[in-house]
Design a protein around this ligand. Structure first.
Ligand code: SAH
Ligand code: F3S
Length: 434
């Protein structure tokens, strides 16, 4: 096959971003920024909520006119919506040439070859038992300062609302050796900061090694300056993990720890396996060990028969913990999940009111937290030029706070610099070299 050019449109989580980069490498393709220049267009989809599905399907719809102009163009859908509705999508969308599930990415090249051989043969590749799920490394733009490394596929938890175990299968942990190899590859291409990803990343284990051992191995990687990981499952935070994070010179002071609800009654129905007291205790231990740790969380409102009192407990939690960021969602029923069998979910209007209250208060908290950091100096890894202002560079602190740095030379891209924060917003700062 000649070298092909590819345009990938990505929806959803970091795992999908990572998979999009694997799609590019699996096809040994050249990524292009304009779909009109592409031989292949792939929409990598997210099924986590109802709206996410619909968005993905309409995204494929908008490429129909390109296919009419250029009948050789191949259009595919990847990701969780593809996995969930494979056959249905092929029937529903006549200009779609193939659907491919997350576990089939390593076999994409063969699939495209087959389509080129027999163009009228549309393909559905959504098998779950593909061996070597981690086989293809992600494409990394040379010189890019940060990158992702997947250490786990799928999820073994059974949260009642969640479609991930259905579309991404059971948890498969990646061998330590492969994790280190892929890390070295990205570091050699210029990465200074790597984010290790998995649905419950801290439940990773392999041949007797646990997640806290993995952190020790990663610290030894030469050239790697910063380590992040996401998403952590609260129940799998152990004292050993906290100790390992604390003493590791490269692990960033940032933890995403989805709580979902502040009410024990709802947590139980969600099958989250921890109580709110347990979660609060866990936060206390983390903060005691790392006082400068930045915390973020996910919250779902309106699940099952969530009462005003249950919701107030969620509000109390956010008031007490003062998370830096919260990703909050209105519950949306997902096909095939246990939540689908619950008939009395909170009605939409009430759920939307609760979401609004939560988000309004959280915006204030995020800003209050940020204002407290003004005039202080932080280590910032400079990533690139600011998209809004060519005279500023963009970087992040260890706590994952976005900082736009003024009066700084481009030679600092890829370097860690001391920056004093001079202006605070809800999601970012302006700063100057200290
Ligand atoms: N593996 C992660 C995240 C999974 S999905 C974890 O351990 O939590 C990301 C977030 O989407 C979840 O944390 C949850 O807050 C939200 N989410 C998942 N299913 C949802 C649903 N059916 N409706 C609304 N939000 C949902
Ligand atoms: Fe979903 Fe719960 Fe796993 S939110 S990804 S089933 S930990």
């Amino acid at each position: 096959m000649d070298k092909i050019s590819i345009f990938v449109e990505t929806y959803g989580c970091q795992m999908n971003e990572y998979d999009s980069d694997r799609i590019i490498n699996s096809l040994m393709a050249d990524p292009v920024n304009n779909p009109e220049d592409a031989d292949i267009i792939i929409v990598n989809t997210c099924a986590i909520r109802e709206k996410a599905d619909h968005k993905a399907v309409s995204a494929v719809g908008k490429y129909k006119k390109l296919k009419i102009k250029n009948p050789d163009l191949i259009i595919g859908m990847a990701g969780c919506v593809a996995q969930l509705y494979g056959k249905k999508l092929i029937k529903q969308i006549p200009h779609l040439d193939f659907v491919v599930g997350p576990r089939e990415i390593p076999k994409l090249r063969d699939l495209i070859f087959d389509i080129k051989e027999s163009p009228n043969h549309r393909k559905i590749n959504t098998s779950m038992d593909v061996e070597e799920v981690f086989k293809v490394n992600p494409y990394h733009k040379p010189g890019k300062v940060n990158g992702f490394v997947s250490i786990q596929q799928g999820c073994n938890k059974k949260c009642a609302y969640c479609i991930v175990p259905t579309v991404r299968g059971n948890e498969i942990n990646r061998p330590l050796k492969e994790i280190l190899e892929e890390s070295r590859l990205l570091i050699n291409q210029g990465a200074k900061e790597l984010t290790y990803i998995g649905q419950t990343v801290n439940s990773w284990k392999y041949e007797g090694q646990r997640f806290y051992n993995l952190l020790d191995h990663l610290e030894e990687l030469e050239g790697l300056e910063r380590i992040r990981f996401t998403t952590s499952f609260p129940r799998d935070i152990t004292s050993k993990m906290i100790d390992s994070m604390e003493k590791n010179s490269k692990v960033c002071r940032q933890l995403h720890l989805p709580v979902q609800s502040g009410s024990n009654r709802i947590l139980k129905q969600m099958k989250r396996t921890y109580s709110i007291e347990w979660y609060r205790e866990c936060i206390l231990k983390l903060k005691e060990s790392m006082p400068d740790l930045s915390l973020s969380t996910d919250i779902i409102v309106g699940f099952s028969d969530e009462s005003t009192k249950d919701f107030e407990e969620t509000m109390r939690l956010i008031e007490d913990v003062k998370f830096d960021t919260i990703y909050s969602f209105k519950y949306s029923v997902r096909p095939g999940t246990p939540g689908e069998k619950i008939s009395n979910h909170v009605n939409d209007d009430i759920a939307l009111d609760r979401l609004h209250l939560l988000q309004t208060r959280q915006r204030e908290i995020s800003l209050e937290n940020n204002i407290k950091q003004l005039k202080k100096s932080y280590k910032v890894l400079v990533e690139n030029q600011s998209k809004n202002n060519p005279n500023e560079l963009f970087g992040r602190t260890s706590q994952n706070k976005a900082v736009y740095i003024k009066n700084i030379s481009e030679k600092y891209i890829g370097k860690i610099v001391e920056v004093t924060k001079t202006e605070a917003f809800q999601n970012s700062f302006i700063g100057e070299l200290t």
